[in-house]
Design a protein around this ligand. Structure first.
Ligand code: FES
Length: 271
């Protein structure tokens, strides 16, 4: 029997292993979609809960700290607790201040090229993994509404940068403990790591790489753009890692601030 005669016939574009078998893969291809669904679902549930709490998002001067949750920063509603705003305040907003701002980081993540791949596979099975049959009969990609709206990603990227600046400012402010002076607490480090991860996530973004190095016919005429593009390219290769690390850590930062603000945890001063 030749190798050709012993091979299994696979119908392209249909069930990969026959009518009742979605794939010929023997490995645990389903682990990645399951982990993606679990982590993203947990994040959405937690962040929605946290956004509606409208409490315990800020540790202020009465505790000799200046720590704000990233879910509530910048705090721009008149309902923000004292000390948590940065000057500009929107009067008349009585709901949770987080509801005013979360659409921007959420839109940035939802339209991210990496997350799109992850959740199209995990939630819509389109397809769930390489060499596994699509869960749907037809495929229109992102050519129709609503998925064509994913093209706004580059604009969310600009908003994402603004948020990174704000969260970096929050991290710098956390080095000052009102009534004590400058120093480092666990909360300071948490806010710094959060800001660093969010910057890494943003500057490794595909839209950022294109913005810096795309659309040029020759890099010879654009040496500075070439340098920036060369610096960003290795980061871009790790965009997936930065996406997950920053997503999980931003939630952990909210958890930390929330626990300190509610008195469950003490924010220890390191030096
Ligand atoms: S591609 Fe992921 S943030 Fe832009």
């Amino acid at each position: 029997m030749t190798a050709l005669e012993s091979s299994t016939k696979v119908q392209l574009g249909g069930r990969k292993g026959g009518p009742d078998q979605p794939t010929l893969r023997q490995d645990r291809w389903w682990v990645q979609p399951v982990v993606t669904v679990s982590v993203l679902t947990a994040f959405v549930i937690y962040s929605t809960w946290a956004a509606f709490q409208n409490a315990n998002y800020y540790v202020g001067a009465n505790a000799h700290r200046d720590l704000i949750s990233p879910f509530y920063s910048p705090c721009i509603a008149s309902s923000c607790v004292a000390g948590s705003t940065h000057g500009f305040v929107l009067s008349g907003w009585t709901l949770s201040p987080a509801l005013l701002i979360l659409i921007f980081p959420l839109g940035f993540r939802l339209s991210c090229y990496y997350y799109r791949k992850a959740y199209y596979r995990a939630f819509w099975w389109s397809p769930p993994a390489c060499a596994v049959a699509d869960g749907h009969k037809s495929y229109s990609g992102e050519t129709r509404f609503p998925l064509i709206m994913q093209n706004v990603h580059r604009y969310f990227f600009y908003f994402g940068l603004l948020f990174n600046v704000m969260l970096t400012y929050d991290a710098v402010r956390a080095f000052h403990q009102p009534g004590i002076g400058w120093g480092v607490t666990v909360g300071t480090l948490v806010l710094v790591v959060n800001a660093v991860l969010l910057w890494l996530y943003s500057i490794s973004c595909h839209a950022c790489r294109h913005l810096c190095g795309g659309g040029v016919k020759s890099f010879h005429a654009h040496p500075i753009r070439h340098r920036i593009w060369k610096a960003l390219t290795p980061l871009n290769a790790h965009h997936m890692n930065f996406a997950w690390a920053s997503l999980i850590f931003v939630a952990l930062t909210d958890v930390y601030v929330r626990l300190v603000a509610s008195g469950v945890l003490t924010d220890y001063r390191l030096f």
